[in-house]
Ligand binder design. Structure first.
Ligand code: HEM
Length: 407
């Protein structure tokens, strides 16, 4: 992208952008803090690309994440009466205060740094089991074989789902991430129904026989923190949809970054104390979220001097804010493990800040570390230029990550 080229009105939706968004985002960010994006169906969105404006937008209650507000807008645009399924309509990620507040409070106990640390041995065991299977062949594909299943199994374990249901959880999770609400094939509905039926049954079992897991804790919470059965079911959905594909995309991206930055990888392996301190820089650099941070304006809002009318979609582009030189001076396009506490926005900002951030960091650190400790000579099986990213409105995962595990 050069300064003189003009952007297509669908600039963010092209495959070229998905494969390498950074030159386009650099250009757009220099032009202004907010840029319009058109959709082929005639709709449009306002994309916020600069760091300060993004933080202000994420903290502004006039920019709503309420799923009902979003569905009303989609219904108006498509001329079809669309309503969210109850599993999606009743969880914290899709609601605003006052309903958001008690839902967030109810799960906050499960996601403290201490609890995330306590899960580390389980995550290590899950990673080691997956590596045992991968390690039998000289070459492995690390997205389907490692990055995708690891968070699904960890979150299933966190919720108290027994191991025999993990393969189904993987299938449902893939379906949830690959189908959009306007896709008329029925695949999404079928998978939502199957997952719902399974979860309702699991909740009933844990009502009778509680375990040491998150679902049991939610079901048997003190009366002031108790959620309704629909809210508990919906919270399970929030953890799966919020945690699986995001973490898979992050794990794949971090492993790819370390495969292509051997010096940084050697530093981490030489000093294990560095892993924790380096996580935020790796997460800033990888930026695994594409357009997940969406809001709808409930009244006209000024963002960086641009007035966005009421009833419009606003996308906060974290891939862009994480490379904003205003916030990350020097060389934001470079992975620099010496960068001190980079305040990236990969986990969002404000009341919807990612509940699973600590756990996601533990999963990512464990997965990269266990892989490289076991296979220190692992290297890409293809030239880095051949790695491809999936076109996905929520996350930016690699399609595949083929590696040679041994020298
Ligand atoms: C253990 C894995 C994870 C779990 C269980 C999880 C769970 C959640 C939940 C429940 C929310 C909603 C919070 C609320 O609305 O109050 C959320 C928000 C969010 N999560 Fe995560 N998450 C995980 C991993 C990740 C990862 C790896 C990323 C990206 C690096 C990420 C990025 C975000 C962002 C950006 C938001 C805010 C969205 C917005 O403001 O629109 N999450 N997460």
């Amino acid at each position: 992208m050069t300064g003189t080229q003009t952007l297509s009105k669908y600039w963010m939706l092209t495959n070229e952008f998905t494969q390498n968004p950074y030159p386009v985002l650099d250009h757009v960010r220099r032009e202004g803090p907010v840029r319009e994006l058109s959709f082929p169906d005639g709709g449009r969105a306002w994309v916020v690309t600069r760091y300060e404006e993004a933080k202000a937008a994420l903290a502004d209650p006039r920019l709503s994440r309420d799923i009902h507000v979003h569905y009303r807008l989609m219904s108006r645009r498509t001329g079809r009466a669309l309503t969210p399924p109850p599993e999606e309509a009743n969880h914290l990620a899709n609601l605003e205060p006052p309903r958001h507040t008690p839902l967030r409070r109810a799960i906050s106990f499960a996601f403290t740094p201490r609890r995330a640390e306590a899960l580390r041995p389980k995550v290590e065991r899950i990673a080691d089991d997956l590596l045992d299977r991968l390690g039998e062949a000289p070459e492995a594909e690390l997205i389907a074989g490692y990055a995708d299943p690891l968070p699904v199994i960890t979150i299933a374990e966190l919720m108290g789902v027994p191991a025999d249901a993990w393969p189904d959880f993987l299938r449902w999770s893939t379906a949830l991430r690959t189908h959009s609400p306007t896709d008329g094939s029925g695949v999404l509905d079928r998978n939502v129904q199957e997952l719902s039926a399974y979860m309702a049954d699991l909740i009933a079992r844990k009502e009778r026989e509680p375990g040491e897991d998150l679902l049991s804790a939610l079901i048997h919470a003190a009366p002031e923190n108790r959620l309704t059965p629909t809210e508990i079911l919906s919270t399970g959905f929030a953890l799966m949809t919020g945690g699986n594909d995001t973490t898979a995309s992050l794990v794949g991206g971090v492993i790819a970054a370390l495969l292509t930055h051997p010096r940084e990888r050697a530093r981490l392996l030489a000093d294990t104390g560095r892993w924790g301190k380096s996580m935020d820089e790796l997460i800033r650099y990888v930026s695994p979220i594409s357009n997940a941070l969406q809001r709808v304006t409930t009244e006209p809002v000024d963002v960086g001097g641009v007035t966005i009318p009421a009833g419009e979609v606003v996308v906060v582009c974290v891939m862009s804010t994480n490379r904003d030189t205003g916030q990350f001076p020097g060389h934001p396009d470079r992975l620099d493990l010496d960068r001190v506490k980079p305040a990236h926005l990969s986990f969002g900002f404000g009341i919807h800040y990612c509940s699973g951030a600590h756990l996601a960091k533990v999963i990512t650190e464990v997965s990269a570390r266990r892989l490289f400790e076991r296979f220190p000579a692992a290297r890409l099986a293809v030239d880095p230029s051949r790695l491809r990213y999936q076109q996905n409105v929520v996350v930016r995962p690699l399609e595949a990550l083929p590696v040679l595990l041994r020298p």
